[in-house]
Design a protein around this ligand. Sequence first.
Ligand SMILES: [Zn+2]
Length: 100
Amino acid sequence: MSFPLFLLAVAAGAAWLGSLWLHPFGACPRCRGHGHITRGKPKGRKPRPPKVTTCPRCKGAARRQRAGSRTLHQLARRVRRELARQRRQRQAAAPSRAED
Ligand SMILES: [Zn+2]
């Protein structure tokens, strides 16, 4: 098989960026998307009920922003703003050019 490995890497990176774009939030790794964690295992002769507490990592939200998703969306917003600025500049310049 002579399939170039770098193409595979590029495809994997694109897929990762796409999933990051579509799903900027992932399940919290600490509580596995439950929003609460169970502390202590029942053991011994008289097992106490395990303590269920709100997850300290996501504070019960059960979601967590994935690494890089903020950067990706900020970059997209910056590009969009720059494109809008250039369009405005073109529109502002157009009437004066029409008068000439
Ligand atoms: Zn959590």
